[in-house]
Design a protein around this ligand. Structure first.
Ligand SMILES: N[C@@H](CCC(=O)N[C@@H](CS)C(=O)NCC(=O)O)C(=O)O
Length: 203
C-alpha cells in the first residue's frame, strides 16, 4: 500500500490507522501547500480533489479518510481494526466510522467560522449537539466501542486531538481524557514520529 501524506493534515488519521494495523505501507510525500505538488498528475489520479490522505492499495484508490478506514477494516480483518460484517457491534461501529466526516468535521467548521446554523436543516446538527453525542458515546468507554479500540477511535480521536490543537476544545472532561488515551497509544506516537521526520523534510 502507498499513502499520500503531508504532515499536519488529515493524512495523520490514515497514518495513525496504518500504524495501528501493523500492515506494510510506503509513504508518498505530497506538499498540499504547494500548488505544483498538488497538481502532480500521478497524485491527482489517486486523489481527484488533490487532497490528502489518499491510499493506493493494488488497483484500489481511496481519497477520503473514512473510506480508507472502512477499506482497511474490511480488507485486512487480521489487523483487528473493527468488527467484520456479521460480527456483533458492526452496525454501531459503522455509525461511528461515518461520524467524523459526516458530523464532527462540519460541526467543527461551524465553530471555526462562527456560522449561524439551523440545526434542523444542517446534516451535522450543531457543534454543541455534536459534542454531547461524542461525550455520550464515550460512556462507558474507554473507547467508542467500549473495551475495544477500533478505527472509529482513530477518526473521532484524531478529530478531538485537532479540535484541542486548534483551540476549539470545549470544557469537556470526558473528551479531554479520551484525547489523552488516544495520545498514549504507541501507534499514535509512531505516527507523530513519522510526521516530525516529514516536517523536517526527511520523509
Ligand atoms: N474528507 C477528506 C478531507 C481531506 C482534506 O480536506 N485534506 C486537506 C488537508 S487537512 C487537503 O488535502 N487540502 C488540500 C486542498 O484542498 O487544497 C478526508 O477526511 O480525507
Amino acid at each position: 500500500m502507498k499513502l499520500y501524506h503531508c504532515p499536519q493534515t488529515r493524512a495523520f488519521r490514515a497514518l495513525w490507522l496504518l500504524e495501528e494495523s501493523g500492515l506494510d505501507f510506503d509513504i508518498l510525500p505530497v506538499d498540499i501547500r504547494d500548488e505544483a505538488s498538488r497538481a502532480d498528475a500521478t497524485f491527482r489520479s489517486a486523489s481527484p480533489m488533490g487532497k490528502v490522505p489518499a491510499l493506493i492499495d493494488g488497483d484500489t484508490k481511496l481519497w477520503d479518510s473514512g473510506a480508507i478506514a472502512l477499506h482497511l477494516v474490511d480488507s485486512y480483518p487480521q489487523a483487528g481494526l473493527g468488527p467484520a460484517v456479521g460480527e456483533p457491534g458492526r452496525g454501531s461501529f459503522v455509525q461511528w466510522l461515518m461520524f467524523t466526516n459526516a458530523v464532527f468535521e462540519p460541526a467543527l467548521m461551524e465553530k471555526f467560522t462562527n456560522a449561524a446554523v439551523d440545526s434542523s436543516r444542517s446534516g451535522h446538527g450543531s457543534f454543541p449537539q455534536m459534542i454531547e453525542v461524542v461525550e455520550n458515546g464515550l460512556q462507558p468507554g474507554p473507547w467508542l466501542m467500549g473495551e475495544r479500540f477500533t478505527a472509529a477511535d482513530v477518526l473521532v480521536g484524531s478529530s478531538c486531538h485537532f479540535m484541542k490543537l486548534f483551540g476549539a476544545m470545549p470544557d469537556s472532561p470526558p473528551i479531554a481524557a479520551y484525547i489523552e488515551r488516544c495520545q498514549s497509544r504507541p501507534a499514535f506516537a509512531a505516527a507523530q514520529a513519522v510526521e516530525a521526520k516529514a516536517s523536517a523534510g526527511d520523509e
